[in-house]
Design a protein around this ligand. Structure first.
Ligand code: ACK
Length: 329
């Protein structure tokens, strides 16, 4: 397997076909901020009067050498991964001569991250004006749309509300993207709804796969872009032995399924991260959300098997979600 995390960035590799012209890049509003960097919206001039919307990732303030090394590494990993419909695509980078330091330019996903997107729907459902509850939306089962609160909400909101089958389709698209990453021997290490983006045509794309958290060598790098360890998404062996594999990504995918079903709730509600490790070691796992079908719960539960090898592969997960989708009208 290729370990991208320890590949040093060579100066000579920085200038290539991916290098963009700074004068053609228009940097606009901040979309979001992390511990190290900030993501801004932008436009890139493609020539002949054509422009494309982009998202620009850059470092904040006075970045140190280490932070620069990290973003250059992220750029290099993204360059090495051929584009895929379910991964956020690299548009290019500016590694030389920019006042802002190295810039990573990726496709713009207008609907933002999956977590905020789902939370927004949950908040709407909780709004007394709609007087609905999550319990009345069954995810992963064939139900009559007329009795579905998401359907009611879609009618009120001009149809831009995903239906249960759309939510399963998101999960399936993420499984396909992860199947691809796995085939390239890449481990994501921070698969979560916050790291999935939605494009204007509702295609779901995995983001931040180029982030190299050099977990084997330095604990600092097992932090997320937001500067915290993603404890609630981490597999048992990652928590106990700092072991990250595609099978630990599968565990995180199970948690991500749970996030989708609960429309962006925080995993292990009511439990502190401190309590979690002991409970997980004891075999404790999240129970079935009240609105989750048995079939879908079985899929997520398998992702949380203590023995990594017993968990399904992303290919198996994709197939299982295909089957689930078929049962939903
Ligand atoms: O929900 P959001 O607007 O979507 O807030 C987060 C924030 O930046 C921090 O990651 C947004 N973001 C990141 N990458 C992109 C992108 N390629 N397209 C659109 N928004 C993005 C993300």
């Amino acid at each position: 397997s290729i370990d991208y995390t320890i590949t040093p960035v060579k100066e000579s590799e920085s200038l290539d076909a991916w290098e963009l012209l700074e004068e053609k890049l228009l940097i606009k509003d901040v979309l979001g901020e992390g511990a190290f960097g900030v993501v801004r919206k932008g436009e890139y001039d493609l020539g002949e009067g054509k422009r494309t919307e982009v998202a620009i990732k850059m470092l904040k303030g006075n970045p140190d050498t280490e932070e620069k090394r990290q973003i250059l590494q992220e750029i290099n990993i993204m360059k090495s991964v051929p584009a895929h419909p379910h991964l956020v695509s690299l548009i290019g980078c500016i590694t030389q001569g920019s006042l802002f330091g190295p810039l990573l330019v990726v496709e713009y996903c207008s609907k933002g991250d999956l977590h905020s997107y789902l939370r927004n729907i949950l908040d709407k459902l909780h709004n007394p004006f709609y007087a609905n509850q999550l319990d009345s939306i069954i995810i992963g089962e064939d139900i009559k749309c007329a009795s579905n609160r998401l359907y009611d909400l879609a009618v009120l909101e001009n149809n831009d509300i995903p239906q249960p089958k759309d939510l399963i389709s998101y999960a399936r698209q993420i499984a396909i993207g992860m199947e691809y990453l796995t085939s390239l021997k890449l481990i994501h290490r921070d698969l979560a709804a916050r790291n999935v983006l939605i494009s204007s045509d509702n295609t779901v794309k995995i983001s931040d796969f180029g982030l190299s958290r050099d977990v084997y060598y330095d604990k600092v790098y097992c932090k997320t872009t937001r500067g915290k360890l993603p404890i609630r998404w981490m597999a048992l062996e990652s928590l106990t032995h700092q072991v990250y594999t595609s099978q630990s990504d599968v565990w995180s995918f199970g948690i991500l399924l749970w996030e989708i079903v609960t429309l962006g709730s925080t995993p292990y509600p009511g439990l502190s991260t401190g309590e979690l490790l002991v409970l997980l070691k004891d075999g404790y796992r999240m129970k079935k959300p009240s609105n989750c079908s048995d079939e879908l719960y079985l899929i997520m539960s398998k992702c949380w098997k203590a023995t990594p090898k017993e968990r399904p592969t992303f290919t198996e997960l994709r197939k299982a979600l295909d089957d689930t989708l078929e049962t939903i009208s």
